[in-house]
Design a protein around this ligand. Structure first.
Ligand code: GTP
Ligand code: MG
Length: 232
């Protein structure tokens, strides 16, 4: 539990001093139009931490250090003429951390739901992860299904077709990615940001009583919009 509390107060544990400095600069940067809270979820070892490190630091390590509890990184991107600050939470896939990690689902604008194309069990768990989103998140949360480790063609057990079919069935967008070879990592985040922006505009259009707010910062567990169902 200590590790979880400590971890939530600082960037990912493997970050170097220079990365720490960059993170502090990014985290403190108040110059943005929107702030989105995103979560990466999925079974242990599918590559969630590697995916985040590839995106935030353009780094990859083949060593497996299973995440304890939850951690996050901050990255600012430009999409649709807006400066969007992303607070990206990397959750532990291990079952024993489930109570901690699901507490962070509340207020998340988007989820990257990841399985490993070389691991049948991680693919079979996707439905359960969707149920977790439905239970602990809210209606407008956007979800992208990601089949990671697509560089490991020889060990692949989940075809691209099966991934697509499941995504269609769950009403999710779909990418196959490789954190190792840097395939579709940036594209996944950019697409998620775009669909969140689209959803926001749609909501504002359909409900004229809603006024656009300059910043959306649903960051703390327990301080989110009302509970309800996710899109999947
Ligand atoms: P937990 O923290 O336990 O939930 O696991 P995780 O999902 O964060 O997995 P992690 O990112 O730690 O990766 C697990 C192992 O898979 C590590 O040895 C990584 O190097 C490896 N890995 C991650 N992504 C890829 C990938 O795209 N291709 C290949 N070949 N290996 C990968
Ligand atoms: Mg991890």
């Amino acid at each position: 539990m200590l590790a979880y509390i400590d971890s939530s107060l600082r960037p990912c544990t493997m970050a170097s001093a220079s990365v720490d400095n960059k993170w502090q600069k990014d985290a403190a940067d108040q110059n943005f139009d929107y702030m989105f809270k995103l979560l990466i979820i999925g079974n242990s070892s599918v590559g969630k931490t590697s995916f985040l490190f590839r995106y935030a630091d353009d780094s990859f390590t083949s060593a497996f250090v299973s995440t304890v509890g939850i951690d996050f990184k901050v990255k600012t991107v430009f999409r649709q003429d807006k400066r969007v600050k992303l607070q990206i939470w990397d959750t532990a896939g291990q079952e024993r951390y489930r109570t901690i990690t699901t507490a962070y689902y509340r207020g998340a604008m988007g989820f990257i739901l990841m399985y490993d194309v070389t691991n049948e069990e991680s693919f079979s768990s996707v439905q359960d992860w969707c149920t977790q989103i439905k239970t602990y998140s809210w209606d407008n949360a956007q979800v992208i299904l990601v089949g990671n480790k697509c560089d490991m063609e020889d060990e692949r057990v989940i075809s691209t077709e099966r991934g697509k079919q499941l995504a269609d069935q769950l009403g999710l967008e779909f990418f196959e990615t490789s954190a190792k070879e840097n395939i579709n990592v940036k594209q996944t985040f950019e697409r998620l940001v775009d669909i969140i922006c689209d959803k926001m505009s749609e909501t504002i259009d359909t409900d004229q009583s809603l006024r656009p707010t300059p910043t959306i910062t649903p960051t703390e567990p327990g301080k989110s919009p009302a509970d309800s169902n996710c899109a999947c």
